[in-house]
Design a protein around this ligand. Structure first.
Ligand SMILES: [Zn+2]
Length: 220
């Protein structure tokens, strides 16, 4: 059976209102990577972003809530202390809202930040997602450098290219943002495309799960 690991970034509200009901309908799991951006930006777009209440609801529905830093910086440009603050602030905020953080991380902006990997290991994260298009060889790849493929827009080809890395042994990790995404239009996915693609996965017997579940299945 082919496995898809679904991830959704940046805590956009449509992930609760549109994405979660589609996933629940098919019995799919997923990981939602949360960040807060800057205070000013968040205040300007608050109606499109999830707060603790919405994230608690996602967790209550069985979804994994992971760390995507506090302000979504380029971690390669920050000091170790600054990166620690970025990661820990988000962890503490989730904890303050009664949310159990799933032990997985996604590098903001996508690419692997080698300077941050030791910190993430030290903080107990089991895996950190980057963006290289490839299958996820859970047993052998560097857990702090998990490949994944971003999908956005309405192009079927992008989606089918992303899922083709699932070869029956290794899962493909897919990155979505908002469905729709009104605050980050460059990573927007139309709801009708998303529903069509999830229906395809269901109809073709793909198993669709979150990152932590995928790790636990391999490690026993
Ligand atoms: Zn992001």
């Amino acid at each position: 059976m082919k496995t898809i690991v679904l991830t959704f970034d940046d805590a956009v509200r449509s992930q609760l209102t549109i994405v979660a009901p589609v996933l629940k309908r098919f019995g799919f799991g997923a990981t939602f990577f949360v960040c807060r951006f800057s205070d000013k930006w968040r205040a300007q777009h608050s109606e499109h972003l999830m707060g603790l209440e919405e994230l608690r609801e996602l967790q209550r529905q069985g979804f994994e809530i992971g760390n995507h830093t506090w302000s979504h910086p380029n971690m390669r440009e920050l000091s170790d202390a600054e990166n620690a603050r970025e990661v820990d602030s988000l962890s503490e905020w989730l904890k303050s809202g009664g949310i159990t953080e799933a032990p997985v991380f996604a590098y903001p902006g996508g690419p692997y930040a080698d300077n941050a990997a030791p910190l993430l290991r030290q903080r107990g994260f089991l895996a950190a997602r980057s963006t290289e298009n490839d299958a996820w060889d859970i047993a052998h790849c560097d857990p702090m450098h998990v490949p994944a493929t971003p999908v956005q827009g309405d192009n079927d080809e992008t989606f089918f290219k992303a899922i083709h890395y699932a070869d029956g042994i290794h899962p493909a990790v897919i990155i979505f943002h908002g469905v729709p995404d009104l605050v980050h239009p460059w990573v927007h996915t139309p709801p009708e495309c998303f529903t069509k693609w999830m229906t395809f996965l269901h109809d073709h017997d793909y198993r669709v799960i979150g990152m932590v579940q995928a790790i636990h299945e391999v490690n026993g």
